[in-house]
Design a protein around this ligand. Structure first.
Ligand SMILES: [Zn+2]
Length: 354
């Protein structure tokens, strides 16, 4: 996002008199320079740096003020452990999107403490503030972006089945539907189109959900959408259309649509349906050739990512290992760089890595 786009955004939301309180234009360059040094340092050591854009952050303060987090099996993110993992696993940058907070401020606090590692990110739409009032949620994200302190927006659940750990805990409340064509969805897509700041969606892969998403992409061609969990099909009988050729068609029609690769291992079975939900992988456990070809043909549209969340944070090294060994390693070196960090770099800074 350049300064001009950002200011136009402020004007478009009616902020004619307000002065952005956060980074000046020069101020936005300072974190980007620190991030560049960290990425470059890893490259110089012969490593493949990874920029992880899909991660949910729960601060200690949020846990203190929301006792329900612990009651439902949640916990705060272990930031000290994450700092160690980032160095051990060559994670250059992390977009830690805050959940259970009233704004994106916990992400800014992390960034202030570790400016070379954490990308200021607006709230994660993975808790009740989003489901209960998506319009108010987007209004807060717009206010956050207006400060010019943020570079990215979190994951927003439009259709979400309980994740594996929620199934184990019997948490049926995480069966979420937010109408993507409703006023919250419209506001979110408009906010991204206006500011140039990318956001993530969680959207199950089912025949009846595809036309509404296509209509939104058509109506908001400048919105920068990352559709998380490429090829994660939890109920196969509900999908007859989505596959490599369908995704290829979307990529050809919508120039700002991206996909992330935060998926389970090949053999993982989603208990409620009994389905092996990572459809990227064939029965031999390797990425199926049609998916591999699609990613090699459009390497600028896909991003490695972890789907970190505190409840399963101990799995982070395995998730990153899976991204590197089962996914990144099968591609050409140029494609690996795009998937690992160059595409994420472009989305957060607005410029190509060069
Ligand atoms: Zn998700």
């Amino acid at each position: 996002m350049d300064r001009r786009t950002s200011l136009l955004g402020a004007l478009a939301v009616g902020c004619l008199l307000c002065v952005p309180s956060g980074f000046s234009q020069e101020g936005r360059q300072s974190p980007v320079a620190a991030w560049r040094r960290r990425v470059q340092g890893m490259l110089e050591r012969g490593r493949l740096p990874l920029i992880d854009l899909q991660a949910t952050y729960i601060s200690e303060a949020s846990v203190q003020s929301n006792p329900g987090i612990v009651r439902s099996g949640g916990k705060a993110s272990d930031v000290a452990q994450m700092l160690r993992w980032m160095d051990e696993l060559d994670i250059a940058l992390l977009a830690f999107a805050p959940a259970f907070a009233s704004s994106g401020e916990p992400s800014l606090a992390l960034h202030r403490a570790h400016p070379d590692r954490f990308i200021p990110t607006t709230s994660s739409g993975e808790f009740a503030r989003w489901w209960n009032d998506p319009v108010a949620f987007v209004r807060q994200s717009a206010a956050d972006l207006q400060t010019d302190d943020y570079f990215f927006m979190g994951e927003h659940e439009f259709r979400h089945y309980p994740s594996p750990e929620q199934v184990r805990a019997g948490q049926t409340a995480r069966d979420i539907t937010v109408d993507i064509q409703g006023s919250g969805g419209q506001a979110l897509f408009e906010l991204s189109a206006r500011t140039g700041v990318a956001f993530q969606i969680h959207y199950e892969i089912e025949d009846n959900l595809l036309p509404p998403l296509e209509a939104m992409l058509q109506a908001h061609p400048k919105a920068r959408v990352i559709w998380c969990h490429l090829g994660q099909v939890r109920y196969p009988e509900r999908n007859s259309r989505y596959g490599p050729s369908y995704v290829r068609g979307l990529i050809e029609r919508f120039e700002h649509l991206h996909f992330d690769l935060a998926v389970a291992r090949a053999g993982f079975v989603y208990t409620p349906s009994g389905a092996r939900d990572s459809t990227l992988f064939g029965d031999d456990g390797r990425i199926a050739s049609a998916w591999k070809q699609l990613i090699e043909d459009h390497p600028q549209r896909f991003l490695a990512a972890s789907d970190y969340r505190p409840a399963v944070e101990k799995n982070y090294p395995q998730q990153i290992g899976h991204q590197r060994q089962e996914i990144l390693a099968v591609f050409t070196p140029a494609t690996q760089r795009k998937l690992a960090f160059e595409n994420a770099w472009r989305l957060i800074t607005g410029s190509d890595w060069a």
